[in-house]
Each structure stands twice: as structure tokens, then as C-alpha cells.
Design a protein around this ligand. Sequence first.
Ligand SMILES: *Cc1c(COP(=O)(O)O)cnc(C)c1O
Length: 242
Amino acid sequence: MEKIIPDKARLKSIEDNYKAIKDRVCEAAVKANRSPDDVRLMAVTKTVESVYINHALDLGADLIGENRVQEYLGKKDELHLDGVEKHLIGHLQTNKVKQIVGEVDMIESVDSVKLAKEISRVSALKGIISDVLVEVNVGKEESKSGIYLDSLEELLLEIAQMDNIQIKGLMTIPPICDSEAEVSQYFDLMHKAFMDIKEKKLENIEMEILSMGMSDDFEAAVSNGSNIVRVGSAIFGARKYF
Ligand SMILES: *Cc1c(COP(=O)(O)O)cnc(C)c1O
């Protein structure tokens, strides 16, 4: 990636935004009678240049999410990643699995048996077990990836049989909604499904992480049991696609 001279005003706004979002996540947790320590804030870094990502990391961000394999691999050597957890959150094509397995701590976007099989196969070759979340298309939108809640348990049971992959929970992106009440219904559906599967104590299916909530709806997600909120534009500013 080309070298850029960081814009001081942007660095300052990232700092203000990061602190404000941190506070809001804590407040939302407290309001929901949860411990603020239960909810992690992920800084979503897609399209953001390394200098700005590093600013957030230096401020204490300890979890980042990237969407694209190529973009992440291109930036990672420039990032201050000591002690930072990295998750892949974007749609993953089977042919990119070889490049990303072992490079991130979690793949949040597993949405098919075929993809899970490839992750397990490549992980075995690399001698590791890959932690994953299964992505749920909670609003059954044709334009989105993720599997429907109706077929979730079946998919989980199949993936649970694979040797080099470990299911850690669920991730979702709800439909765009007009109100907090409307989006809360989707988060609530997800939370119920998450708790339901957790209570069944299925072999090799851990339900520890419920990753939901983004810049515009993370507070509603926290009130509905999310324990990772993925926030991009509210920290780094509106994205410029290049
Ligand atoms: C981009 C993205 C986010 C963050 O979105 P913002 O609205 O900028 O906070 C979260 N999750 C996923 C999967 C994304 O692709």
C-alpha cells in the first residue's frame, strides 16, 4: 500500500471516536445488566490505511476485523499487531482459504459445509485447528451470505464432525432497519438461537461468541446478548472505497 502522510485531524477524530464508542459499549452493557468486560469492541479496518489502524491499536484496540483476504495480507506487516486478535469477517471464497488459514485468529464468516471442509483440510495441512463462527442470514435476504436459522443446527452438526475446525459461536449482519425496535427483533432471534444451541451442549459445538452489532446498531445488539460488536465507520469515519 502506498505511503501516506497521516492527517492530524483524522487521527484526532479516530481517537475521539474510539473513546466515545468504548464508553457507549460499556454503558450499553451496564444498561443491560451485563458486565462491560463481557462485550468486546472490534475495530473494523476494511479500506482503512495502516497509519490510521495503528492509531486505534495504539489507543488500546485489541481486536480487529478485516473483510478481504488480499487487503489484510497486504497491510498486516505494517500493523502494530502485538497482542491483537485478528478476525476475518468478510465473505470467504473457498479458493482463498489457503492464504488466510493461520493468518487470523478466527474466521467469522463460515456459511457452508464446503467452506468449512476446506478450512479444516488446510488447517490439518498446517497442523492447526481453526476457530470459526458460523454466519447466519437472520433476515433471509437473498443479497446476503450466511445460512438461515432453519438450517443452522444441521450445518453446525456437520461442521462439528470435522477434525481441524472448532465452532466458537455465531455471527450475523441483520437487515437494514428503520428503527431500533425492528433491528432488536433480529438480534433477539439470534440470541434465542444461540442460547438454544448452547443449552443443548452438542459435542464440539461451543457457543461462546455471539458477534453482532455495527456502527448504527451496536447498542441494540448489546442489549440482546452480543459479546463482540464490530464497529468500522463510527471509529474511522465513512469509508472511501478504492
Ligand atoms: C464493514 C463491516 C462491519 C462494520 O460496519 P460499520 O457500519 O462501518 O460499523 C461489521 N461487520 C462486517 C461483516 C462488515 O463487513
